[in-house]
Design a protein around this ligand. Structure first.
Ligand SMILES: [Zn+2]
Length: 357
């Protein structure tokens, strides 16, 4: 089969189009014919070696979408069981939940599978990082990571669900507990994740103030459903949050930028009982001071790391009923993965970038 292979961490040019042996599904696995896979910040950080380092070569590509073509030993005609799970069979269209969880640790038992103890070691890990992913025509994956797709959702859309739409939905509904009518500040609203966070906050009933860095994403943030947009290079975040809410402050902040400067502004933007959700994945020198009013006004500071299978299923439902409308800024053929990475890294594209296979 054809695949994009990473043999050395480094610039986009290190993504090589090669002929490699096609995988075959092991016990409990299904072979997927990949149709689409997204390029996001994690892809860029992983390729460069800044995210985490695993032995190379590696076929990257987390959260691919595609069709089941073969079931491994033990799966026979049905890999998934239980009401609503859907039978897994050849021809089935699926999205892929990216975390390979152990299912037995304390966090898996608690239903907090994104904190699974196996995620960063040999017992589990992330598809496209700890094991080969979707930058290929075929990939073999654990059947329990596959979630069936309705025909109304395209593969290009589906590959945005596990690592973009499901995480922001989990952040809004789960971590920030946004209630109808609440005021929500999205920091980094113009990015690929931010535009979907605006939509997810709206889907929860929130009224959204969008903080962007670059003015060229202003229109996209408004189209995503923000009531107002401001640039963090021109305005003070906490002042904007007070003005937007008649002086009260916002009920929730999703800080996707998560820099030293934005975290301080995010915390200062909260109303009493407000919730700050930190979504920056990579350390960038951010230091959060917790002034006395974190105590006196009972604000909450929490994080949001990736998404679980139920979040993926709920994101699929919200897309299917039209409450979230995925924003795809560019589509490249897989063969041009290096070009796509360079464009994303240069921040040339508004919305998510997709590779089709
Ligand atoms: Zn676990």
């Amino acid at each position: 089969m054809q695949a994009i292979v990473l043999r050395e961490y480094g610039p986009p040019a290190n993504l090589k189009w090669e002929t490699v042996p096609a995988p075959s599904p092991g016990p409990g696995e299904a072979l997927l014919r990949v149709r689409a896979v997204s390029v996001d910040l994690f892809s860029i950080e992983f390729r460069s070696g800044r995210a985490l380092q695993v032995p190379l070569p590696r076929i990257m590509g987390h959260g691919p979408a595609g069709e089941v073509v073969e079931l491994g030993p033990g799966l026979e005609s049905s890999g998934l069981e239980g009401p609503g799970a859907g039978a897994l069979s050849p021809g089935q269209r699926v999205a892929v939940c990216n975390n390979i969880t152990c299912g037995v640790c304390k966090y898996c038992r608690l239903g907090r599978e994104t904190l699974c103890e196996g995620l960063m070691n040999h017992r589990g890990g992330m598809i496209g990082a700890h094991r080969d992913g979707g930058y290929a025509e075929y990939v073999a994956l654990p059947a329990r990571n596959l979630i069936t797709l309705p025909d109304s959702i395209s593969f290009e859309t589906a590959c945005l669900i596990p690592n973009t739409i499901a995480p922001v939905l989990k952040a809004c509904a789960g971590r920030a507990r946004i209630r109808p009518g609440e005021n929500v500040l999205i920091v980094g609203a113009g990015g690929g994740m931010g535009l979907h966070a605006v939509q997810a906050a709206r889907a929860c009933g929130g009224r959204v103030l969008a903080a962007i860095r670059s003015d060229r994403t202003r229109e996209a943030a408004l189209e995503a459903g923000a009531s107002e947009v401001f640039s963090t290079s021109e305005r003070d975040m906490a002042e904007e949050a007070r003005r937007f809410t008649g002086g009260a402050g916002v009920d929730a902040v999703l800080d996707i930028a998560a820099t030293r400067e934005t975290l301080a502004g995010s915390l200062a933007s909260l109303a009493p009982a407000g919730r700050l959700v930190i979504m920056g994945y990579f350390p960038r020198g951010g230091v959060l001071e917790t002034p006395t009013w974190v105590f006196t006004e009972e604000v909450e500071v929490t994080g949001n790391r990736s998404a679980g299978r139920q979040d993926v299923a709920e994101a699929i439902a919200l897309i299917e009923n039209g409450r979230i409308d995925p924003v795809i800024g560019a589509v490249f053929p897989l063969k041009e993965a290096a070009k796509a990475h360079a464009a994303v890294e240069a921040r040339e594209i508004v919305g998510r970038t997709v590779l089709t296979v």
